[in-house]
Write a protein that binds this ligand. Structure first.
Ligand SMILES: *Cc1c(COP(=O)(O)O)cnc(C)c1O
Length: 409
């Protein structure tokens, strides 16, 4: 069966140029970058070249980049490192309700350790209001962490304006740019941020590698990894040299392709959004209609569950994802959709399609050849659908049972 990958916000395939650079590093540059000898020196040079590539891709200086094991570690390091060094100055941290769990759960964990936390709300498009941030700041605020673009509904936050508010009060500002990197320009000076997170596997590098940008002069303390003196005492542990080389290459290519790739993806995205909204009734786009990632389309479908749609799509060869957080093993719908005021039932019927450089406009035609029928079939079985008579009765049409069906509970 031909398969179409529509889940690039979850992860991306490693692109050939990156795999090639990584392969060379794996086979030829095996030294430990800390070693004084020839082999160590080769590895060290590879790491420093990658550091320059990453730095240049976001307008930073090479010595402001720390390599990590990925977006999650970078987010943890940013939030924790700023909180720990500033705890004698103040204990208030501000974030938003739509952050990735790598930020949200780190902030919440600090909330249990004596920090006061404010979780800013968002509007129906998922946007944080600049005024809300301004009025949440107190003289105890030490950190604001707000993401650049959202992984679940694609909305792009006004980071430049938000960071300016924090800066005017002398407060450190972190942004998670994992999803925006390579899709829209990400420049630390243009955005005015102090710390910024990126992750390799969202930009065609492998999993398990990421970076944290820490602006020179910003108060931050290594507080999670204890061990050797790697990364100028900012991150202990022998460097993941092949991963670092891959991230460097991926960042270089991401920025090079900013001229063409976002426009290409946006063309496919808009074709997809129009097709879904025009030909499937009771369907809405989630997130902001314009201020959204060029590769991101996310919808809610009334009366059905995201998981059933995903499984049906997978059987037809399409890989998408849902915002129902079943990935986390819970049946709770996405915290992001709920924060936008989408009711529980509707949030359960969400689906996310995220495009990548390997997708083609024809993928939308192939998708639309199967999706309306899937939705129709699932709606015909759904007890949530008032048009289905059985919804009023005790027996569930899906499983012909009234006592064992979970839908009846
Ligand atoms: C994927 C993702 C992360 C986590 O990155 P990992 O490298 O998978 O740990 C953090 N933030 C956002 C917005 C993401 O999409």
């Amino acid at each position: 069966m031909e398969r179409v990958y529509f889940d690039h916000s979850a992860t991306t395939p490693v692109r050939p140029e990156v795999a090639e650079a990584m392969h060379k590093s794996l086979t030829e540059v095996f030294g430990n970058p800390t070693s004084m000898h020839y082999f160590g020196k080769l590895a060290r040079e590879a790491v420093e070249e990658a550091r320059t590539q990453v730095a240049q891709s976001i307008g930073a200086q090479a010595n402001e980049i720390v390599f990590t094991s990925g977006g999650t570690e970078s987010d943890n390091m940013a939030v924790h490192g700023v909180a720990m060094i500033n705890k004698n100055r103040g204990n208030h941290i501000i974030t938003s309700a739509v952050e990735h769990h790598a930020v949200l759960n780190t902030v919440k964990a600090l909330g249990k350790q004596g920090f006061t936390i404010t979780i800013l709300p968002v509007d129906k498009y998922g946007l944080v209001a600049v005024e809300d941030l301004a009025s949440a700041i107190t003289d105890k605020t030490i950190l604001v962490s707000l993401m650049h673009a959202n992984n679940e509904m694609g909305t792009i936050q006004p980071i430049k304006e938000l960071a300016a508010v924090a800066k005017s009060k002398g407060i450190t500002f972190h942004t998670d740019a994992v999803q925006s990197m390579g899709k829209i320009p990400v420049d630390v000076n243009e955005l005015g941020v102090d710390l910024l997170t990126i992750s390799g596997h969202k930009i065609y590098a492998p999993k398990g590698i990421g970076a944290l940008y820490i602006r020179k002069g910003v108060r931050w303390r290594q507080s999670l990894m204890h061990g050797g003196a790697q990364e100028k005492l900012r991150r202990a542990g022998t460097e993941n040299v092949p991963g670092i080389v891959a991230l460097g290459k991926a960042c270089e290519l991401a920025v090079r392709d900013l001229d063409s790739e976002p426009a290409y993806l946006m063309g496919i995205r808009d074709k997809l959004i129009k097709a879904v909204l025009d030909s499937i009734p009771n369907t809405s786009l989630t997130g902001h209609p314009e201020k959204r990632l060029p590769n991101h389309a996310s919808f809610t479908f009334e009366f059905i569950e995201g998981e059933s749609m995903l499984l049906s799509l997978d059987m037809k060869g399409f890989a998408a994802s849902s915002g129902s957080a079943c990935t986390s093993g819970s049946l709770e719908p996405s915290h992001v959709l709920l924060a936008m005021g989408i009711p529980h039932e509707l949030a359960h019927g969400s689906i996310r399609i995220t495009l990548g450089r390997d997708n083609k406009p024809e993928d939308v035609d192939k998708f639309m050849a199967v999706m309306p029928a899937i939705v129709e079939r699932l709606r015909a079985m759904s007890p949530l659908n008032q048009e289905n008579e059985f919804a009023m009765e005790s027996d569930c049409v899906a499983c012909r049972s009234s006592d064992t069906c979970y839908r009846q509970a």
